[in-house]
Design a protein around this ligand. Structure first.
Ligand code: PLP
Length: 963
């Protein structure tokens, strides 16, 4: 038979590569003919400089099928031992409501969205984030909240930064941390302080007032569980004009007086135990609140209420001018990717349970702690404190025996403080668990009955929360927290919000530099397996063998892919990776007696996080110009490197450049920096144009971060989570982050942490692991090549209608291109903003706007989009160009055309009045393809200025819901 195929061929047909790569072979050949090349290889030869092409293929293994991959990963995961965790210290078991698990965490409508930079098509997650902020405000008792930070410990470091900015104790250079703050938080804040040149004083909380400080941090309740009235401590700190920061447990705040009401200036913490699995450390959202007076200093994003063109309430990110994109080295923080998906989960948890439900959960937790304490005390066990919310600390000389019995029963306590152990009960704790805890601590035959003790506690009450700290105000009174308590109502609320948002399950999101590629379902499946989801980050290492295997494999593959020698998976975002990488550079210079090297060269085209991170590492930034082709201006680079030579620390450079071009001089750039004793930091956000074809290590760079949430398929979650591992050459490896609770092999013991958990957001690493496994060496390379094919095809077609700003050799681009809208704007008055908003009417999310060049769109199709989808996008852009031409010709006035009125909502188009120069149908269905898959923005264009002038960062008053 002539068409007989070998078994091998038949099996290859099942591979994942062709599912991940969008264009079919026929579409690829169509695109290649449009580009007038005969093969993919020919295009790559034209595009990627020969001098940086890898000679050897990657060695990450052969592509495996989805079924094989998941079955192998399951066997790895099952090596994790899921013990009952009473470790606490900021991480608690939680019951994820199933309606949230399936319809948010496992739902691409939520997890594939991008950061809400286009608010008209993001009102759903903006409402959910506003719920998160409202919840934060209610629980903390403060005036102003941000939408989510990366974890509790980095939020504490941000609090220190805010304290320094706003404190009137201008001469003070020390920050105080109470010694009963979580260990990992002391670690992360100390690392940050070292970078800023602040002194850290760790001591007894009462001692804060005795130091010359600009701020202090307390834990409420303390890490060992004590509930202390911190009113006087706060007042003491403030009497020194210092800022009082409080890290609080979110669940305890249902029962305890809000720290804001006790006078705190900043309150922060983790929202993990509001329905987000522990996941061996993350991802989880941190909350952060402060006084209104400090709003310009607040780190992270703030969601605010504004108006749309028709006067309706509409949500958006407020005060974006504070963001690092715009403020660069004057930014408040370097946070870009945050934890939106997890903040949404926590907010939905509060919406679903409501104030009563949450209070019941908190009271039950507290009651179990009371019962446990009462039984232990009856048996003569000494507790360290007389107050608690959920955590009891036992001072014990038989600690080792108790821990051994606990381990034998599959139970973990917190053991990292000498001579004592702590037990934190949680939402998942049951009566049987309490009996088991008695068995462990007292030995069997103790004769205690949980029911009898419970009856006793109920009859006599408990004084484990001091009367002065019992919460007496109402929380979460807004209707959003009081309306959706049945599963049907909740399901519909989640769906209603989801429907307002444009995600990858609707159409392509061609955000340049963001790599919005496929987040395959098979990659997402493992993250909710209990073997991955339910591990505490500080559990003994031998219980996390599955994680260690997966992490080590991923580590080795990333080493291979980047051409570096070692990788740290700890940073929680690309920007945190930059920060960690710059710390490594700094420590390296210090180790060689070059502590004075503090100048960081940054090309003018750099992403805003680069200068913001450099500033966090206390580097002096010197900007290097770009030439008219968008490349680094070599003579300027040479001159500047020469000028600062003695003090040169490093360069931060993105490759391919943020202009979407493989700069030919990249090796020379590395050499120049090295000749002056500097290090090369290559921003890895554009790794999607490198994997398998070239690599930063091969090119000659010393350190990079990768955005696993760009190149390696972790979904963007509507603005996070992310993972920003750094790869380094061997000379920098000893300077990568370590962790004070769990030692990370391969780094110096003394190195501080940059994230709360040793492996950062470990729970989402299986996504990248699965991507690499299923693609294999060959598939990863193909993905890069197809990203280049798609980008060049799109560029080629668009260039017939718009100028393309920069190109590389042979007139090719890398994996993205910049369309210049300035000439059309000049002629018509139509702005890049109008084009971005009009694209929404066509069912598309705008590409990246005005970065890295104002007045442009940067478009990155990725390898996952088919030619069909790319053609639809091109059709939309060409049609929009036709609209602009009608403005230029005078057929439409600049005030009355579909671009300036975009986007069009149903209410707008179907309203009773219509006085536009174009018809209603055209407004909403400008090309026939739109009708097949119409996406309706739910608000019209949002007024940015109004929102900033009238900053409202909690859910609008009930009245506005009435009409
Ligand atoms: C996305 C991006 C970053 C920042 O990464 P985050 O994960 O959002 O912190 C840095 N540099 C470039 C070029 C980027 O595109």
């Amino acid at each position: 038979m002539s068409n007989a195929k070998s078994l091998e061929e038949l099996e290859q047909k099942q591979d994942f590569i062709r599912r991940h790569i969008g264009p079919s072979p026929a579409q690829v050949s169509d695109m290649l003919s449009a580009l007038e090349v005969s093969s993919v290889q020919e295009l790559i030869d034209q595009t990627v400089p020969a001098s940086i092409r890898l000679e050897q293929p990657l060695t990450v293994g052969q592509s495996r099928t989805e079924v094989e991959t998941l079955s192998y990963l399951k066997s790895v995961a099952s090596k994790n031992k899921v013990f009952k965790s009473y470790i606490g210290q900021g991480y608690h078991p939680t019951n994820v409501p199933h309606v949230i698990l399936r319809n948010v965490l496992e739902n691409p409508g939520w997890y594939t969205a991008y950061t809400p930079y286009q608010p008209e098509i993001a009102q759903g997650r903006l409402e959910s984030l506003l719920n998160f902020q409202t919840m934060t405000l209610d629980l903390t008792g403060l005036d102003l909240a941000s939408a989510s930070l990366l974890d509790e410990s980095t939020a504490a470091a941000e609090a220190m930064g805010l304290a320094k900015r706003v404190s009137k104790a201008k001469k003070a250079n020390a920050f105080f941390i109470a010694d009963d703050v979580h260990t990992q938080t002391i670690d992360v804040v100390t690392t940050r302080a070292e970078q800023f040149g602040f002194e850290i004083i760790v001591g007894k909380a009462e001692d804060a007032v005795n130091h010359d400080i600009f701020g202090a941090l307390f834990q409420y309740p303390t890490t060992s569980g004590e509930v202390v009235d911190i009113t006087d401590l706060i007042a003491g700190v403030q009497s020194k004009k210092a800022i009082a920061c409080v890290a609080a447990d979110i669940m305890s705040l249902l029962l305890l007086k809000a720290p804001g009401k006790l006078g705190a200036d900043v309150v922060l913490g983790s929202a993990q135990r509001f329905g987000v699995p522990m996941g061996y450390g993350g991802p989880h959202a941190a909350f952060f609140a402060t006084r209104d007076a400090y709003k310009r200093s607040l780190p992270g994003r703030i969601i605010g209420v504004s108006k749309d063109r028709l006067g309706n309430d509409a949500l958006r990110m407020a005060m974006q001018t504070r963001e690092q994109h715009i403020r660069r080295d004057k930014a408040n923080s370097n946070i870009c990717t945050a934890q939106v998906l997890l903040a949404n989960m926590a907010a939905f948890y509060a919406v679903y349970h409501g104030p009563q439900g949450l209070k019941t959960i908190a009271q039950r937790i507290h009651r179990f702690a009371d019962i446990l304490a009462s039984g232990l005390k009856a048996k003569g066990i000494a507790l360290k404190h007389s107050t608690w919310f959920d955590t009891l600390t036992v001072v014990s000389d038989s600690k080792d025996d108790v821990i051994a019995r606990a381990i034998a029963k599959g139970v973990n306590f917190a053991t990292n403080h000498e001579g004592e152990y702590s037990i934190s009960v949680s939402e998942t704790t049951t009566r049987a668990d309490i009996t088991e805890l008695f068995d462990i601590i007292l030995g069997e035959g103790h004769g205690l009955s949980v029911d009898a003790i419970a009856a006793d506690v109920e009859a006599n009450g408990s004084e484990s929360i001091p009367a002065s700290l019992v919460r007496d105000d109402e929380v979460l009174t807004h209707p959003n927290f009081n309306s959706y308590h049945s599963e049907t109502d909740m399901l519909r609320y989640i769906k209603r919000l989801e429907s307002k948002d444009l995600s990858l399950n609707h159409s392509m999101i061609s955000l340049g530099s963001c790599t919005m590629k496929l987040n395959a379902t098979a990659e997402m499946i493992p993250i909710t397996w209990p073997e991955f989801a339910n591990l505490h980050p500080f559990c003994p290492l031998d219980q996390a063998e599955g994680y260690q295997i997966m992490i080590n494999e991923l580590h080795d593959w990333l080493v291979n892919i980047t051409g570096y020698d070692a990788v740290s998976l700890q940073p929680n975002s690309g920007a945190q990776g930059e920060y960690a990488g710059l710390i490594a550079i700094r420590k390296y210079h210090e180790s060689r007696g070059d502590a004075h090297r503090n100048v960081c060269l940054i090309p003018s085209s750099a992403h805003g996080t680069n200068p913001a991170s450099a500033q966090m590492a206390s580097m002096k930034i010197v900007v290097v110009n770009c030439d008219k082709n968008g490349n680094v201006d070599m003579s300027d680079l040479k001159a500047k490197a020469e000028e600062v030579s003695e003090n040169l620390s490093c360069i931060m450079i993105t490759y391919p450049s943020t202009h979407g071009v493989y700069e030919e001089t990249i090796r020379e750039i590395c050499d120049i920096i090295h000749e002056h004793g500097g290090q090369v930091y290559m921003d890895g956000a554009n790794m999607n144009a490198q994997v398998g074809v070239t690599s930063p290590g091969f090119i000659g760079s010393d350190v990079s971060h990768l955005n696993l949430h760009k190149t390696f398929c972790i979904p963007h979650g509507g603005g996070g989570p992310g993972v920003g591992p750094i790869g380094v050459k061997s000379h920098l490896a000893p300077f990568m982050p370590n962790h004070s609770v769990i030692n990370v092999p391969g780094t110096n013991i003394g190195n501080g942490a940059v994230s709360a958990a040793p492996y950062g957001s470990a729970a989402i690493l299986p996504i990248s692991w699965a991507y690499i496994t299923m693609m294999g060496s060959e598939g990863l390379k193909q993905a890069t090549e197809m990203a280049i094919v798609n980008a060049n095809y799109l560029t080629h077609e668009l260039s017939k209608h718009f100028p393309i700003l920069y190109r590389g050799r042979n007139n090719r681009v890398a994996h993205e291109c910049i369309v210049d809208l300035r000439p059309l704007k000049e002629l018509s008055g139509i702005t890049e903003m109008d084009v971005a908003k009009r694209l929404q009417d066509y069912g598309f999310h705008s590409p990246t706007m005005s970065f890295p060049v104002a007045g442009t769109l940067m478009i990155e199709p990725t390898e996952s989009e088919s030619k069909g989808e790319i053609d639809r996008f091109i059709e939309a852009m060409v049609s929009i160009k036709g609209e602009i031409e009608k403005v230029i010709s005078g057929e439409w006035s600049i005030e009355n055309n579909p671009l300036v009125f975009a986007p069009h909502t149903q209410g707008d188009v179907l309203g009773n009045e219509w006085d536009r120069a174009y018809d209603r149908f055209y407004a909403a269905f400008p090309v026939p393809a739109v009708a097949k898959n119409k996406f309706w923005p739910t608000v019209t264009r949002i007024d940015d200025v109004y929102g900033d002038r009238n900053l409202v960062c909690s859910c609008p008053a009930v009245e506005t819901y009435r009409d």
